[in-house]
Design a protein around this ligand. Sequence first.
Ligand SMILES: NC(=O)c1ccc[n+]([C@@H]2O[C@H](COP(=O)([O-])OP(=O)(O)OC[C@H]3O[C@@H](n4cnc5c(N)ncnc54)[C@H](O)[C@@H]3O)[C@@H](O)[C@H]2O)c1
Length: 457
Amino acid sequence: MSSLEFYENALPIAPVETERSCTMSTERPRLAVVGLGFIGLPLALCYALKGASVVGLDVEERVIGQINGGNTPLQESYAGEGIQDILRREIEAGRFFATSEYSRAAELVDSYMLTVGIPIDDGHPDTSHLEAACRSLGEVLKPGDLVLVRSTVIPGTTEGLIRRTLEDTSGLKCPGDFHLAYSSERIAEGRAFEEFIHMPLAVGGIDETSLQRAVQLLDFISESEIHTSDIQTVETAKVLENVQRDINIAISQEMATFTDALGIDTHRLIDIANTHRRVNLLRPGPGVGGYCLPNALHYLLPRARELGIDLPLARRARRTNEEVPERLCGVMGDMLSRRGRKLRGSRIALLGLAMKDYSSDDRHSPARRLAEQLSDRGAELRAYDPIVPDGHPYAVDDLDYCVTGSHGLILAARQECFDALNWSDVASRMADYPVIMDTRNCINEGDLPPDAALWRI
Ligand SMILES: NC(=O)c1ccc[n+]([C@@H]2O[C@H](COP(=O)([O-])OP(=O)(O)OC[C@H]3O[C@@H](n4cnc5c(N)ncnc54)[C@H](O)[C@@H]3O)[C@@H](O)[C@H]2O)c1
């Protein structure tokens, strides 16, 4: 596509109406979104469908080919339309395409949104991908460009590693030659488009011009408040938001062991406690997964160590959540032994491998940790998830095959096809006296035949 076509394909911008937007530019943005994963692709498409001209940048040629071919495994939708249809329409309309060539993007855009993350490897943050993206970006950065970081980072990364790498590779200075800002990405997978538009935002700029440029870019799709602060506060707030949820879930997980011994229903207990207007307990489950919550503590620890600070509560909560799959494995072993069986040698069906309900994302998934624990203890495991991509040695592609003849079943993540199941039918396909563990609060005692034992977290 030529530069001219790229500019002409953008939709005319809607008239400025809100008070907040009064000082905003009426130019439609021309931006590149760097990183086309769970955040980057829907973010890029959200800008495109609002009329911006967007280039998506990624290093994975396979991902680029798939996206330019109009395909994505992501489970998102907006206004009743699936992300795949949105992707195809925006490509067709010429408002979006993906490339691995930073130089190609640089000819077309003046703003970049960075969504390349910092994976955690065995508790250690790996900044190499983010650094590589900044080097590639620095090589093509032009005076006057804006770099708006959306990744979740170790506090201090934007003004440290990111600024340094961009300056070193571009030969430009910031502030002065280019603009740099940070705005945390707060959406939840599965609700991306709706939350890009309606979730309140926080943003910090390296100087006033950077902040204004960033607010203007965010404002193009946001219909919510945009709060401003210094960069390090916004970076740290994002990590704190995730740590708070991790701690909150750990309380519920711990309380679930208490209610189990007490013989009362954990979910009913939480329903009742949450009727208090200042209480908002989250739900226990098979553990805590995904890219955000399990990583959050590890973004704080490097800075905490430098500062000589300990974070014992956050560390304890992380351990509590990490230990849940092992605890569930123990519960399955106990329930089987009450029925005269050992976990070793028993056939276990695991339904759902995603890190949360209705997701195709299995990063840091507790279901995967559960699968590893069960296999390590000698269970014969078959796992089924209709939308998590293949690649696990224990995954099977047929629900019937997964369930038939199994001694135990664990529902670890909901998917639409599981919601339609008749649990009595499922239990009748299992071995005699089956054990069923529901970690998602959706199976009732009355749904099962009398010989089945049900355990719910
Ligand atoms: N997934 C979520 O629910 C969520 C929510 C809020 C914030 N975040 C944050 O957003 C960021 C992105 O998360 P994600 O889930 O989209 O990750 P992801 O792994 O799905 O996507 C990252 C993408 O960056 C690409 N990439 C790697 N190196 C690159 C480079 N040098 N140049 C260009 N692209 C490169 C990868 O190929 C990948 O497609 C992370 O910082 C994460 O913490 C994620």
